[in-house]
Write a protein that binds this ligand. Sequence first.
Ligand code: HEC
Length: 150
Amino acid sequence: MTKHITWYAAAVLAASIVTPLGMARADGPDPIATRQAAFFLNSGDFAYIRSVVKANGDVKQLETPAKAIAEWAGVIPTMFPKGSEHGGDTKALPAIWSDSAGFQKAAMRLGDAATKLATDAKAGDSAAVAADTKVLGEACGACHKSYRAK
Ligand code: HEC
């Protein structure tokens, strides 16, 4: 019996050792897959904001998606822990880690733009929301230019 248990323990240990890096990890969510999924959700919110602005729709409904982008902006820097530089199909560039202050600033720029948009949307100020949308898009592009591979 004791022998059986030992065998089982050895097999489990061996299996955990050979699990390749970059696959789903037993110790938590895969940061690369998680951040990529969140960026796609974020991009859906942004596309929705743009479509409502373009159609001269009711900007009041844009408060929630703008807040969602602001929330996400606040956690972006935590989604690039050491050890997630490589793996999966990540497009993260090394500058994220070598210039982490600049990366945090780029995330903050996104957060500030989204927060302003949420405030102007709540007030129903269509002209301000249209201008904010442009600023928000520039914040996405500025970060991608320095920190995301093409
Ligand atoms: C602070 C930097 C930063 C900001 C701001 C930012 N992104 Fe990104 N984004 C990245 C990085 C880095 C990746 C690559 C992540 C990976 O592959 O691990 C990425 C990936 C993505 C992806 C996944 C698909 C792909 O092409 O890799 C989409 C979609 C995306 N971003 C959209 C947006 C949109 C829309 C905004 C603005 C609303 C935005 N991002 C703002 C840094 C940023």
